[in-house]
Design a binder for this molecule. Sequence first.
Ligand code: FES
Length: 120
Amino acid sequence: MSDFDTGAALPTKSEDFVMAVAFADVPQGGVLAVEVDGVEIALVRDGDDVYAIRDECSHAAIPLSEGDVEGCEIECWLHGSRFDVRTGAVLNLPATEPVQTYPTKLEGDAVLVDLSMHRS
Ligand code: FES
């Protein structure tokens, strides 16, 4: 079965995945801040792929969603650390710790996020 099953009503849960937003709401080449089950997430779209990263810089409590996106990298506006939204890896100082990322998938028009590792 395809993850891109179209025509069905938007699901609210699928296994550990929870509906976050409609795919069309995530700007191409940009970032969208959302709260899903009490978790602040920055959703970044690169083409047909959407990545979910915790919306907090590991250097200080600054929302990454207020920074700039370039491809699969998001830059914290305060001191300029960049993070790979696919892995959460920090790419430059001053931050030294990665940021939590979450698996995503598309179902119909919906972006679903798996927050199970956030709860564990
Ligand atoms: S708060 Fe993000 S790099 Fe310093």
